[in-house]
Design a protein around this ligand. Sequence first.
Ligand SMILES: Nc1ncnc2c1ncn2[C@@H]1O[C@H](COP(=O)(O)OP(=O)(O)OP(=O)(O)O)[C@@H](O)[C@H]1O
Ligand SMILES: Nc1ncnc2c1ncn2[C@@H]1O[C@H](COP(=O)(O)OP(=O)(O)OP(=O)(O)O)[C@@H](O)[C@H]1O
Ligand SMILES: [Mg+2]
Ligand SMILES: [Mg+2]
Lengths: 254, 254
Amino acid sequence: MKVYALTHIKGGVTKTTTTVNLSHALALLGYKVLVIDADPQSNSTFTLTGRMDEETTGTLYEALIPDRSKTIADLIKKTEQENLFVVEGSMWLYTGERELAMKSNREHLLKKAMRGLKGFDYVFIDTSPSLGLMTLNAWVASDGLIVPITLTTYGMLGIRILEYSLAKERRDLELDLPIIGVIGTLDDHTKNSKDMLLSIRNHFQELVFDTVLPRNIKVEEANNQAISLFEYAPQSTGAKADAALVKEILERVA
Amino acid sequence: MKVYALTHIKGGVTKTTTTVNLSHALALLGYKVLVIDADPQSNSTFTLTGRMDEETTGTLYEALIPDRSKTIADLIKKTEQENLFVVEGSMWLYTGERELAMKSNREHLLKKAMRGLKGFDYVFIDTSPSLGLMTLNAWVASDGLIVPITLTTYGMLGIRILEYSLAKERRDLELDLPIIGVIGTLDDHTKNSKDMLLSIRNHFQELVFDTVLPRNIKVEEANNQAISLFEYAPQSTGAKADAALVKEILERVA
Ligand SMILES: Nc1ncnc2c1ncn2[C@@H]1O[C@H](COP(=O)(O)OP(=O)(O)OP(=O)(O)O)[C@@H](O)[C@H]1O
Ligand SMILES: Nc1ncnc2c1ncn2[C@@H]1O[C@H](COP(=O)(O)OP(=O)(O)OP(=O)(O)O)[C@@H](O)[C@H]1O
Ligand SMILES: [Mg+2]
Ligand SMILES: [Mg+2]
């Protein structure tokens, strides 16, 4: 079982979309996949289940906040996609920062809740655009980080904070927290995008996947309707790029 | 003097871009404007000053974290745009949540630091995509909130958490925290965008500005190069829409 956290402090770089589409692609290939939605916005939960209103029980909140917390295994729900399962996010985690800060072993709560979890080939954790304790829990619980980054100056600026924070947490928590891959996203095929991609490749070298995810309205449309991109528009440039990315990831981590 | 916070938990809805472009437009009209960058990413700071590396002193950090904190007036810097000033953001505020949580009067620190601030017609506070203590400080320090929202389901989902959090903080802090306006952004002129705009107008009614900000590559290009949109592409659809929005805001708040 491999666990990866999708992370970047910059908002809107496609953490959720990439989490969901990679998970769908792997599930279609027959891998058993779990998505853990660690973002209070719960956009992964909506996209995988269509659920807009939060259930009162059975969300990630119960694995992290109550003293008698549940395990991740207790919270797993099916999605309509065979082989693809989800632990639903919770908007009540938006104040999670303050509540987690007081708990013992506060950075390891998610990892603890995942003890004994088995039967999955891949687990993806979607995170919020922040570097707080929720995101830190996702980092600690994972084997490595996947960093989607838009081909913009703002995307690159966020990397400095990410790398600073990673270095700090590696020292403090005595953990590896490796970046296993960086994905260029929302490629507009402009000169801007080309130049930015070049500086991202210069900075991250071989960590950057060859596949760059194009901006493609079909991806946005599939998200808006909570339909799998591979069902909604299997021939779209977005779906083809996601399929190519999955192949690269499998080669890199197998 | 009117103080407004640009806020939305959803990442990438154009909080920063709208803060910067509205500020430029008002400054060009002769209003004296201050931007306070309360997002650790400091994208407003980069866009207004071109600065990528943080100064060791003179940022918002010094107004909020040290015991002998500075006032906002101490931290004001000029930009190249006449009438437009900035209080630079600080990446060290990314752990601000935990540091602020322990301070007395923790929601009012920014408001306190702004005591006695004068000589500005408008102050805009750019916030991060979160609802933590930094954002709460921006809300408490402002006369009202401006909520940019992309015409997507994810944008709308974020509104539920925003409204829940607003209601809670209004009760707890006994403050008005009015939403003075909602702006539709990144309009792709697709059926999707139209449908979403309709549901946003149904939900927020007269709070939604008539002007909708279009997706326009010139806006992204200006941001990437830290150049004012009104200098870089004054005839662009982006610049024209920002100018129309400013007129609406002036009518609404004058
Ligand atoms: N390939 C694509 N083409 C067009 N739009 C896309 C694509 N991928 C994602 N989007 C859209 O871009 C926006 C940002 O993507 P998404 O919400 O997945 O980013 P995020 O990093 O998860 O955001 P947040 O920081 O708020 O969690 C969404 O509206 C999404 O539907
Ligand atoms: N009108 C526009 N047309 C095209 N791109 C735009 C437009 N406005 C903003 N952008 C781009 O969209 C992206 C998101 O905008 P921006 O960073 O301002 O959002 P934000 O809400 O401040 O994000 P965050 O949540 O990370 O603070 C940026 O890359 C920006 O350059
Ligand atoms: Mg997301
Ligand atoms: Mg911003």
